[in-house]
Design a protein. Structure first.
Lengths: 334, 312
């Protein structure tokens, strides 16, 4: 892999609520190489959004980053002072969110909200910022840019607003774009358009994208490399084709199995039984043990370490630990 | 607006007219014949519905009746006292809103801090202490013990000051009533602003603003504050009648010659024209305030524009 622009090591983000500690993100390590799209997948509450927010230190109270380091060009974001982190946000690293309808301030015009970022991070006056804003709106494929600059958020549709959010995020040509479920709130055709746009923008510049989603269809569309999270931990990671062809962790296999496949008629989609465990009362062993179809005795004793094979496919599951009866069930049949 | 005012006039007139007794009936020295004569003199013996239209016609001519208790027209009487209440209420409004806004917003941004907890404590003190208690306490403290502020009234007894000296004298007398009234109303408003701000701070667009790299100050004062004070416009508009209604208890304690006391006196003397006029005035101001709130809100919130813009 190329030189990564951001490296996360042993990130821990905990939520302290009523004396209990919820380990929303625990010991998460990964890196984002230049110009690549990394996807983090997992079901709701697995810590993927919190991971994304932690990168910019945007986790709200009562959440707190308890440990680890986030190296951006070898500088630890977690050790930056307020001024440095403000200079980083929106300039070098920017972020778009799940709900475009509520992510823009309802009382300011689109134009004002776009130029605001430019005025904050670049040396330009209001007029230049405004003109740059018009360009950006055009760049994200919205017609009648001048009119949109004068509009208020409630006058635009969800898809348009997400494009505006992307325009704001791109305004200072960031090195990394964090996209936290940017298509979840949009309907399917708009989803495809927004994904196309992101891919296009990635190709035009050298921007890396950290893409958070629970939609495996979206992952297949856009990702270069996939990270699967479960209950706050990374359980499997691999390049996208490898992961879809040879999923290893029983959880990943379950996720892939629960997708509808075009052309196959099934009465009922497969679903992984049970629920994500309470993050404040995690078991001693593997967090997935209770729901796992191939759970073994040893799984309940210790949390499995992540094991990497020669191709860089990492799995945190005892089935793949050397010496333990190897899971002969590769996933050819999925 | 106009039909509502008519409805109100009906309601007010009949409520007061149908109440048993009038200004004369509590005077036991009047013989029945004399009583009848007086009632006929002031038109109280006519049928109710006729009396209503007479009253309404007079109101249209700016004549709101005659106060038998004070022996002068109601408008003159009210005009004489209402401004005394108004200056106190206006100053109170100003201080209440300034203090509540600053403290409420500051404590919202520092939720769960020591300051925030102290504010919450203060809010409950403000909400639960009765006005006569805090009023008397302040009189005892500043008026009686420390001798730095007057204990009541609007000017010193037998004072003949004019010009600036007069203004200063009145101001000195205003300090305690204003303090009491501000203290009493600042609590709920602080709570209101704190809650509003907390709500806004949890919104997605605040996170967006932070993710854009804006300074925390910009996030709070530009993005959050505007949204947090929008609903307060309605509240502010409803303060309009409050400016003219007087504060009955506080005015009594500080013997402030305000409209609150006039109302109370009029009530015990059954001087109904005074009460009817005041109620009518407050009803009108409430409706006006409501109307102003709508206009102001539309001006301040782009989501509520009277002229429909074409969507993108």
């Amino acid at each position: 892999m190329e030189e990564p622009i951001i490296t996360v090591r042993n990130l821990q983000t905990f939520f302290h609520l009523e004396g209990r500690v919820s380990k929303a993100v625990d010991n998460v390590s990964f890196s984002v190489p230049k110009g690549k799209v990394i996807c983090i997948v997992g079901e709701s509450g697995c810590g993927k959004s919190v991971t994304a927010l932690s990168l910019l230190r945007l986790v709200d109270f009562p959440g707190r980053i308890a440990g680890g380091e986030i190296l951006f060009h070898n500088r630890d974001i977690l050790k930056m002072n307020t001024k440095e982190i403000h200079n980083l946000r929106g300039d070098k690293i920017s972020m778009i969110f799940q709900e475009p309808m509520t992510s823009l301030n309802p009382v300011f015009t689109i134009g004002r909200q776009i130029s605001e970022t430019l005025l904050e991070h670049t040396l330009c006056d209001r007029k230049e910022a405004w003109e740059k804003g018009v360009e950006l709106i055009k760049k994200v494929g919205l017609p009648r840019a001048e009119k949109i600059m004068d509009s208020y958020p409630h006058e635009l549709s969800g898809g348009m607003l997400q494009r505006v959010m992307i325009a704001i995020a791109l305004s200072c040509q960031p090195e990394l774009l964090i996209a936290d479920e940017p298509t979840t709130a949009l309907d399917v055709t708009i989803q495809a358009q927004v994904l196309d746009l992101l891919r296009q923008l990635r190709d035009q510049s050298d921007m890396s994208i950290l893409f958070i989603t629970h939609d495996l269809g979206v992952v297949a569309e856009i990702a270069d490399y996939v990270i699967v999270m479960y209950a706050g931990r990374i359980i499997e990671e691999a390049p996208v084709t490898e992961l879809f062809r040879h999923p290893r962790h029983p959880y990943t296999r379950g996720l892939l199995k629960s997708r509808p496949v075009i052309g196959q008629r099934r009465d009922r989609l497969y679903s992984i039984k049970g629920q994500v465990p309470d993050l404040s009362e995690l078991p001693q062993g593997c967090y997935f043990a209770d729901r796992c179809e191939s759970c073994m005795e040893a799984c309940r004793k210790e949390y499995p370490e992540s094991v990497s094979d020669a191709g860089g496919h990492k799995t945190a599951c005892l089935l793949y630990k050397e010496g333990v009866a190897n899971g002969s069930t590769t996933a050819e049949d999925y | 607006m106009i039909p509502i005012l008519f409805g109100i006039s009906l309601l007010i007139f009949f409520l007061f007219a149908l109440m048993p007794g009038d200004y004369f009936s509590s005077n036991r020295r009047l013989s029945p014949q004399r009583l009848e004569e007086l009632r006929a003199l002031y038109g109280m013996n006519k049928p109710l519905i006729v009396r209503y239209f007479i009253w309404l016609k007079n109101v249209f001519h700016g004549d709101f009746g005659f106060s038998l208790q004070h022996m002068q027209p109601v408008t003159t009487l009210i005009n004489q006292y209402i401004w005394n209440s108004f200056i106190v209420a206006l100053a109170t409004l100003f201080f209440t809103w300034t203090i509540a806004l600053v403290i409420g917003i500051y404590s919202a941004t520092k939720q769960y801090s020591i300051f925030d907890r102290l504010v919450t404590l203060g809010v409950f003190a403000s909400l639960s202490v009765p006005s006569f208690f805090i009023g008397l306490l302040l009189i005892k403290l500043f008026g009686v013990d420390l001798h730095i502020l007057p204990i009541g009234g609007m000017i010193d007894t037998g004072s003949t000051t004019t010009g600036l000296a007069y203004v200063l004298e009145v101001l000195r007398h205003m300090i305690l009533p204003i303090t009491v009234l501000t203290f009493l109303s600042v609590g709920s408003l602080t709570r209101y602003f704190r809650t509003g701000m907390l709500e806004v701070l949890r919104m997605d667009f605040i996170r967006t603003a932070r993710a854009k790299g804006l300074k925390e100050r910009t996030v709070i004062f530009r993005h959050a504050l505007r949204n947090a004070i929008l609903p307060a416009i309605t509240l502010l508009a409803f303060e309009l009648p409050g400016l003219f209604s007087g504060a009955i208890i506080t005015e009594q304690i500080f013997s402030w010659p305000g409209i609150g006391r006039i109302q109370l006196d009029a009530l015990s003397a059954r001087d109904y024209p005074v009460l009817m006029t005041l109620t009518m005035l407050l009803a009108f101001l409430t409706i006006l305030g409501n109307f102003l709130a709508d206009v102001l809100y539309a001006a301040a919130d782009p989501r509520i524009r009277l002229t429909k813009k074409e969507g993108g």
